[in-house]
Design a protein around this ligand. Structure first.
Ligand SMILES: C[S@@+](CC[C@H](N)C(=O)[O-])C[C@H]1O[C@@H](n2cnc3c(N)ncnc32)[C@H](O)[C@@H]1O
Length: 382
């Protein structure tokens, strides 16, 4: 048995990303096939608890303490550092160890696993808080929301499970910025979302497409969050981009950008108003259109087109989901944004239709992450 597991581990660690996922998917399928009804029920019983315990671990700073210390710590030492009762903490620690978030190395003694180290970083801690605090209540409200609305398509960002969960008439992106303890984690997790794998500008021929463009604005990251994409691309193409790259987002985002993200101008801009930077080469939208139903996407795209010069184009950085066999990560996001935003992930046909309605056409689609079909859609006027 151990040697079979070792073989699988070797196979996964030596494979490329697609191969590693094939191993992971195989293990997942096998696990489901081997489950008894009791196992299925046990798995269900832990679904909410896993993210709840992660949230408690993050609140107490357990992941950071174990990562920074980088050596085994006893429950009593962790209790002292966190001001938690050793009795409560001990039970939480043994649960976290049982699901691999930390490692149990001896009785009442714990150390950091690779997952602990991941969860100690701001982006992933943001993920814990975002999924627990923002997404959790939406998913709790989702079944009743769908029943109330007779299971009709959810295409109105003012009428989703979000409004039911948070007792508001505002959209998520109107309400969340007024609640920094919830909006900050959303922005943090965006900085690491899709961070694995090849950057998009290694696949899309960025340098060639800039060509002989001489205007003052090469790249505008519209709704770019904390500017992690601006930071990455100016680092790769400093000569092309220094002084010619701008991040735009809501004022609550721009005011809180961590200093680690730098090398670009910052501008407060609401993308439902006309674009103030005229004639840029690229207007870049990453994970923006998947947050909105079609009519709102058309508004955003048309707002950008008011600023177009002769060389301007829009780069849409999104999933292009297949018609069949959509990977579970992609459908997870699809249902999450349906519940919280009234939005959707789109197939290639749906992208073409959306662009056509806005008066655009796709010149090319470059897929840079095969598994989720994360792609750059290069769009120009029809
Ligand atoms: C899903 S996040 C994507 C962030 C970033 N582009 C990325 O891919 O990591 C959506 C972003 O849109 C911003 N946003 C939402 N409504 C906006 C608006 N009306 N104008 C400008 N930005 C907005 C949010 O603040 C957030 O940064």
């Amino acid at each position: 048995m151990d040697s079979t597991l070792d073989q699988l581990r070797t196979l996964a660690t030596q494979a490329d990303d697609a191969g590693r996922h094939r191993v992971l998917d195989g293990i997942r399928d096998l696990q489901l096939q081997l489950e008894t009804p009791h196992d299925t029920l046990s798995r269900f019983s832990g679904l909410h608890l896993e993210i709840t315990a992660a949230r408690i671990g993050a609140d107490l700073g357990i992941f950071k303490i174990l990562t920074v210390t980088d050596q085994p710590l006893s429950t009593s030492s962790l209790a002292e550092q966190t001001n938690a009762s050793p009795l409560v903490l001990g039970r939480i620690l043994r649960y976290l160890a049982s699901i691999g978030m930390i490692k149990e190395v001896a009785q009442d003694t714990f150390s950091a696993s690779s997952i602990t180290k991941t969860l100690s970083q701001p982006g992933y801690e943001g993920g814990i808080r975002h999924f627990f605090d923002n997404i959790g209540p939406c998913l709790q409200a989702f079944p009743a929301f769908l029943a109330d609305t007779k299971y009709q398509d959810v295409t109105n960002s003012f009428n989703t499970a979000f409004q039911k969960a948070f007792h508001t008439n505002e959209t998520a992106f109107q309400w969340l910025p007024k609640h920094p303890e919830r909006f900050g984690p959303l922005q943090q997790v965006m900085t690491v979302q899709g961070a694995a794998g090849v950057p998009w500008f290694d696949v899309f021929p960025f340098e060639k497409e800039v060509g002989g463009f001489t205007g003052p604005h090469v790249f505008v990251d519209v709704g770019g969050g904390f500017g992690h994409q601006c930071h990455a691309i100016v680092g790769r193409f400093p000569k092309l981009l220094e002084g010619k790259i701008t991040l735009q987002d809501l004022k609550e985002t721009v005011a809180n950008i961590p200093p680690v993200f730098q090398g670009f101008e910052k501008m407060v801009h609401n993308f439902f108003t006309p674009q103030p930077i005229k004639g840029a080469k690229f207007y870049y939208l990453r994970n923006i259109l998947h947050d909105w139903p079609d009519d709102k996407c058309v508004e955003i795209l048309r707002g950008l087109m008011t600023a177009f010069g002769t060389d301007s184009q829009i780069l849409i950085d999104e999933m292009v989901i297949p018609d069949i066999g959509v990977p579970w990560e992609a459908v997870t996001i699809d249902l999450t944004i349906m519940a919280s935003l009234g939005a959707r992930e789109r197939t290639v046909a749906e992208w073409h239709k959306l662009l056509d309605t806005a008066g655009l056409k796709a010149l090319r689609i470059d897929t840079y992450m095969a598994r989720r079909q994360d792609s750059i859609i290069q769009a120009i006027p029809k």
